[in-house]
Design a protein. Structure first.
Ligand code: B1M
Length: 210
C-alpha cells in the first residue's frame, strides 16, 4: 500500500532523496503510476503552491520541490503511457512567452508521446512568432499552449492571433491548458480546445486527428 502522504510530506520538505525513494518503492509495489502522480506528486505540489502563496515557502525551495517532482516524473514516464498508437500526428507544445513553468506542460507532452504522437516540446517562454515558425517547420496539426500565470494568459491570445495572421490557422487545432485557464477563456481567445489535465489533453489531441 503506497503512502501518498509520505510522498507529499517529502516533496513539501524538498527532500529529493526521500521522494525518489518513496516513488521507487511505490512503483515496486505496483501502485498505478497515475495514482503516484495524482495522489502523491501533484497533491504535494498543490501544497507547495499554497505555501508559496502564503509566504511559507520561497522560490529556491519551490524550485527544489519542482526538480524533485521532475525527476520522479521522468521515472514514471514509461509507466504512464496508454499504449495506443495514432498516426503519429505532429504536435507542437510550449509554455507561452513570459512564463517559465514547465512541469505540467512536460506531463502533457509525455502523455501525447505515449499516445503515439510526434511531439515537439519547444520549452518555456516561447514567443508567438516562434510557435508560428515551428508550425511551419514541423508541419504541425496540433499546437498546445501552456500558461500557469494569470499575467501570461493574454500571451495565449497573442499567440492565437499570430497563428491567424500567419495564414496557418486552418492547418492546426489549437489547444490550451494550465491551472488558471478555463473553457470560457479558451472560447474567448478562439482556441479549439481546453484540457484541464494531461490525460484529457492527450485524449482530445487524439480525437482531433482521428
Ligand atoms: Co510559480 N506560480 N511562479 N513557480 N508555481 C504558481 C503557478 C502559483 C499559482 C503559486 C501561488 O502563488 N499559489 C502563482 C501564480 C499566481 C497567478 O498567476 N494567479 C505562481 C507565481 C506567482 C510565480 C512567480 C511570479 C513567483 C515570483 O517570482 N514571485 C514566478 C513566475 C516565473 C515565471 O514564470 N515568469 C514563479 C516561479 C516558479 C518556479 C520557477 C519557482 C517554479 C516552476 C518550476 C518549473 O516549472 N520548472 C514554480 C512552481 C513549481 C509553481 C507551483 C507551486 C507548481 C506548478 C506545477 O508544476 N504544478 C504553482 C502552484 C500550483 O500550481 N499549485 C505556481 C504541477 C503541475 C503538474 O500542474 O502545471 O497545473 P500544472 O499542469 C497540469 C494542468 O494545468 C494541465 O495538465 C497538467 C498536468 O495534469 N496543463 C495543461 C498544463 N499545461 C497544459 C497545456 C495543455 C493542456 C493541459 O495544452 C493543451
Amino acid at each position: 500500500m503506497a503512502d501518498f502522504n509520505a510522498i507529499i510530506e517529502a516533496l513539501v520538505a524538498c527532500d529529493t532523496d526521500k521522494v525518489t525513494q518513496l516513488v521507487d518503492a511505490a512503483i515496486a509495489e505496483k501502485v498505478p503510476a497515475t495514482d503516484i502522480l495524482n495522489q502523491g506528486l501533484i497533491a504535494g505540489m498543490d501544497i507547495v503552491g499554497e505555501k508559496m502563496e502564503n509566504g511559507d515557502m520561497f522560490i529556491p525551495e519551490v524550485l527544489m520541490a519542482a526538480q524533485a517532482m521532475g525527476s520522479c516524473v521522468e521515472t514514471l514516464k514509461p509507466l504512464l503511457g496508454e499504449g495506443e498508437s495514432t498516426e503519429g500526428a505532429s504536435v507542437i507544445i510550449g509554455t507561452v512567452k513570459g512564463d517559465l513553468h514547465d512541469i505540467g506542460k512536460n506531463l502533457v507532452s509525455m502523455m501525447m508521446e505515449s499516445a503515439g504522437m510526434a511531439v515537439h516540446n519547444l520549452g518555456v517562454d516561447i514567443a508567438p512568432e516562434d510557435f508560428v515558425a515551428e508550425i511551419k517547420s514541423k508541419n504541425a496539426q496540433i499546437v498546445c499552449l501552456s500558461a500557469l500565470l494569470t499575467t501570461t494568459m493574454p500571451m495565449m491570445k497573442q499567440t492565437v492571433d499570430a497563428i491567424v495572421e500567419s495564414g496557418l490557422r486552418d492547418q492546426v487545432k489549437i489547444m490550451v491548458g494550465g491551472a488558471p485557464v478555463t473553457q470560457a477563456f479558451c472560447d474567448e481567445i478562439g482556441a479549439d480546445g481546453f484540457a484541464p489535465d494531461a490525460g484529457s489533453a492527450a485524449k482530445m489531441a487524439k480525437s482531433f486527428v482521428a
